[in-house]
Design a protein around this ligand. Structure first.
Ligand code: UD1
Ligand code: CA
Length: 457
């Protein structure tokens, strides 16, 4: 058998009219990751960098969403159909030098690497192979037509299907994943026509053309494999999303994560949750978050791209994004941690506290109603209720530094750039504009005056 090598082509130029959204369909998210993320995740183990993506509608947005894929995009300026998309990519396919090319619709996010493997396995013995499924409802899928001997004769799009011409439907449909032998399929590409109900060049017409030429064509049957269903509408999207959500949560339960009320817990595909974590629903954890063994995640939290160390306790109703939550620390209820928020060992952030690019040192506390932005707080400091770091002058951001063991009285405005020294104290209600020395005390507020009142009796 001769050596085969395969380049993958992802078709992602379509608008996704049925989503009724300005966003390109392949950027619609499932568990907070764009659909294309999943397609790449399934392809990369097999094709690593040999993956081309045809983009068109919202091309800039798609490129921007996957900067690591720069150089592998092919522009289909006008979306004239899936066959046209392949024609546009063909030069790049040829340049790759691969003997075969596998083509996959970018709206098939649940596809698994094993399915792609199954298809590439038949490369040696076919000119064209594609995956077929037999879903409960054949919907708008392209119909697979076979002759009396069960040999493939064509794929006919639902809109173009004519029972009199094509015979009764069998329920077997096209999943939109193909494997083509570059050498023999090339000549057929120019033969595609757009004389059909949609006025588009269909990749699926290659099947009929290949059969007519006596080339070897195979339909790899995958039964009612849900992971091969294309996503065209909001309903199909949430259906896929729910299926994947439940798979991820069930898997975590199996591995030893205690997930209470699991139907209400949503965890993204890039999140790591170690066995020994306790999570209460409702809860959403997305992005590249890591939750270490012994962390506790209360209910009603929204989390993305954050890490949680052992023994930390996230109370209810927090919004946490790009934060590092240290061991044995406390967050919430009702806290907001924005990118660059760091809690060291045993630090505490309480209700209505917001942190952005701010480090709260070991054992330090900001328990109530506070904003810490562009701030570094040392160890064992206490930030009183209603403390605001005034980090922005309308143009630039400035830093606030608070030393170990400092005590900031309630309702203090710290006008950055400013430093409050080690073991220093700031009187409640102060507006601090100058540094407070180590072990010193700063107080900056109007002096209280008690005046006599004349009460009418
Ligand atoms: C397609 C197949 C259908 C199959 C189904 C499986 C065709 C003609 N039909 O139908 O047989 O059952 O997928 O899910 O291929 N795209 C481009 N450029 C274009 C048009 C589309 O890149 O000019 C991309 C889209 O972004 C999408 C993919 O191709 O990711 C499929 O297009 P779509 O319009 O969703 O095709 P279906 O009607 O679902
Ligand atoms: Ca589709």
């Amino acid at each position: 058998m001769s050596e085969t090598s395969v380049t993958a082509v992802v078709l992602a130029a379509g608008k996704g009219t049925r989503m009724h959204s300005a966003k390109p369909k392949v950027l619609q998210t499932i568990l907070n990751e764009p659909m294309l993320y999943y397609v790449y995740a399934a392809l990369e183990p097999l094709f690593s960098k040999n993956i081309l993506t045809v983009i068109g509608h919202g091309a800039d947005q798609v490129e921007a969403a996957f900067p690591e894929k720069a150089g592998s995009f092919v522009l289909q300026a006008e979306q004239l159909g899936t066959g046209h998309a392949l024609q546009v990519a063909w030069d790049a396919v040829k340049k790759s030098g691969a003997t075969h090319c596998t083509v996959i619709n970018g709206d098939t996010p649940l596809v698994k690497t094993e399915a792609m493997e199954r298809l590439t396995a038949v490369a040696g013995s076919n000119d064209l192979a594609f995956m077929t499924i037999t879903p409960k409802d054949a919907g708008a899928f392209g119909r697979v037509v076979r002759d009396e001997d069960r040999r493939i004769t064509a794929i006919v799009e639902a809109k173009d299907y004519d029972i009199n011409k094509h015979g009764p439907v069998t329920g077997e449909v096209n999943a939109g994943i193909y494997l083509l032998k570059v050498e023999t399929i090339e000549a057929l590409l120019d033969e595609l026509k757009n004389e059909n109900a949609s006025g588009e060049y269909y990749i699926t017409d290659l099947v009929g053309l290949a059969v007519a030429r006596g080339l070897k064509v195979e339909g790899v049957q995958c039964g009612d494999d849900l992971s091969l269903m294309g996503i065209n509408s909001p309903r199909e999207l949430v259906h896929a999303e729910n299926a994947l959500r439940s798979m991820i949560v069930e898997d975590l339960l199996d591995k030893g994560v205690l997930v209470h009320n699991p139907q209400t817990v949503i965890i993204g595909p890039r999140v790591t949750v170690e066995p020994g974590v306790e999570i209460f629903g409702h809860c959403e954890i997305y992005g590249k978050s890591v939750v270490k063994a012994g962390a506790r995640m209360g209910s009603y939290n929204y989390i993305t791209d954050s890490t949680f160390e052992a023994g930390c306790d996230i109370k209810q109703f927090c919004h946490i994004e790009g934060a590092e939550v240290g061991p044995n620390s406390w967050v919430g209820p009702y806290a907001r941690l924005r990118p660059g928020a760091v809690l060291k060992d045993g630090a505490r952030v309480g209700n209505f506290v917001e942190m952005k690019k701010a480090v709260l040192g070991e054992g330090s506390k900001a328990s109530h109603l506070t904003y810490l932005g562009d701030t570094e707080v040392g160890k064992g400091a206490n930030i009183g209720a209603g403390t605001i770091t005034c980090n922005y002058d309308g143009k630039n951001k400035f830093k606030t530094t608070i030393g170990d063991g400092a005590f900031i009285g309630s309702n203090t405005a710290l006008v950055a750039p400013v430093t409050v020294g080690r073991e220093a104290l700031v009187g409640a209600g102060s507006t601090i504009t100058r540094d407070v020395p180590d072990e010193g005390a700063g107080i900056a507020r109007g002096k209280q005056r008690n005046i006599e009142r004349k009460l009418k009796k």
